[in-house]
Design a protein around this ligand. Structure first.
Ligand SMILES: Nc1ncnc2c1ncn2[C@@H]1O[C@H](COP(=O)(O)OP(=O)(O)O)[C@@H](O)[C@H]1O
Ligand code: SF4
Ligand SMILES: [Mg+2]
Length: 362
């Protein structure tokens, strides 16, 4: 038995998001948390969405899935799933069967007072019409697939009887039970230690190869996206800073924020004690973002024009396909090199950010 999707494969993108924005009404005013985001996810591919905590990654995906109630948010733009508009529609019919979701904390999606078995049987019954021994066999198959030892015995366990890594695996089994075409994984390994993290990410890749499902992998860690995604979207302050095929992004990063994220994580190709450069300062306040480029207060390349208008994401005709970035002085261009050199010479940027060469503490 396989858990491959029985739905006909169409050639159109599975998810096409265009100028998608989400704002919340707050006592202090309107918070624009997701701002004109566009991306395309092709069938069977994995899109990484990367950015520091507070970038709007979770709200973007939860809102597209319809997990945020419409009276709490203002949603604009377009999100087509398999050609069907999600914005303005009830998305519950998609849950579980066409779109599955896993989160950082399995305890928020597993029911603590329900046995593991029942939590898997429910989506099997609801989305796949399976009951009785057929459902039990499939549940055991799913638990085996996600690497749970003694799966038959585990069916009678409650979530608290399992380790953190096992709970994460059970949550993945529950999400896969409906055989979704799209799996949205929101920081699925953040709470786990490095070894288990790798196992879970490997598992997701394997399952994806088996089933052909598409995946959105959300992470604050650019290193996690590397090698596990086909395309990457770098988000900051609710906006897309850079997007590219993963290899292209790591090959020729153009956005200062992508570069800053890269410099802030340990890299395998660096000696163990290479100094990391944390990104100083904090993400923008979505209610009162800085004028011009959202990253200008923290950017090492900032020039006066960055404070005047918002850079739009543009495709560069001289670059490989689908690489775009929203920056006036891109990394690795003559213009960007000159901007950084001028700021380094001055020891600071126009926003007053003190800067030194990367690798030295700022
Ligand atoms: N219900 C809400 N009302 C107002 N602001 C919210 C709400 N939910 C999230 N936010 C804000 O949206 C921003 C993005 O949050 P989130 O999507 O969780 O970021 P990420 O997942 O990238 O860490 C944060 O500034 C957060 O405070
Ligand atoms: S150089 Fe300017 S436009 Fe580019 S990221 Fe920095 S502040 Fe933004
Ligand atoms: Mg999040």
């Amino acid at each position: 038995m396989t858990i491959a999707s029985s739905k006909p494969q169409t050639r159109q993108p599975l998810l096409e998001v265009e100028n998608y924005s989400v704002a919340f009404r707050t006592p202090r005013g309107l918070a624009r948390v997701v701002d004109e985001v566009s991306f395309t996810l092709e069938q069977g591919k994995t899109l990484g969405i990367v950015g520091e905590s507070g970038s709007g990654k979770s709200v973007l995906n939860r809102s597209i899935m319809g997990l945020i109630s419409s009276d709490r948010q203002i949603e604009e733009g377009s999100a087509l799933f398999d050609g069907q508009q999600l914005v303005g529609q009830d998305r519950q019919p998609y849950w579980g069967r066409r779109i599955g979701m896993i989160f950082q904390d399995p305890m928020t999606s597993l029911n603590p007072v329900m046995k593991v078995g029942r939590q898997i049987f429910e989506p099997l019954k609801l989305h796949r019409n399976m009951t009785g021994q057929t459902a039990k066999d499939r549940a055991i198959e799913l638990l085996t697939k996600v690497g749970i030892p003694e799966p038959e015995r585990r069916l009678n366990d409650y979530p608290h009887q399992l380790s953190g890594g096992q709970r994460q695996r059970v949550m993945i089994a529950v999400a896969l039970a409906g055989e979704p075409e799209l799996l949205i994984a929101d920081e699925p390994t953040t709470a786990l230690d490095v070894t288990v993290q790798k196992q879970i990410l490997d598992l997701l890749s394997e399952l994806q190869q088996d089933t052909g499902m598409s995946m959105v992998l959300i992470t604050h860690d650019l290193g996690v996206a590397r090698g596990r995604t086909d395309d990457v979207l770098v988000m900051y302050g609710g906006r897309v800073m850079e997007s590219a095929p993963t290899e292209t992004l790591f090959d020729r990063m153009r956005h200062p924020y992508s570069e800053a994220l890269m410099l802030s994580i340990p890299r395998l190709d660096q000696p163990k004690h290479t100094r990391l450069t944390p990104i100083s300062g904090a993400p923008p306040d979505p209610i009162a973002p800085p004028p011009g480029c959202r990253f200008s207060p923290r950017c090492r390349y900032t020039q006066a024009d960055c404070l005047e208008s918002l850079p739009a994401a543009v495709d560069n005709v001289n670059e490989p396909a689908r690489h775009s970035w929203a920056c006036f002085h891109p990394v690795g261009t003559d213009d960007g090199d000159a901007a950084l050199a001028a700021n380094l010479a001055a020891g600071q940027t126009v926003t007053g950010l003190a800067i030194r060469p990367s690798g030295e503490p700022s």
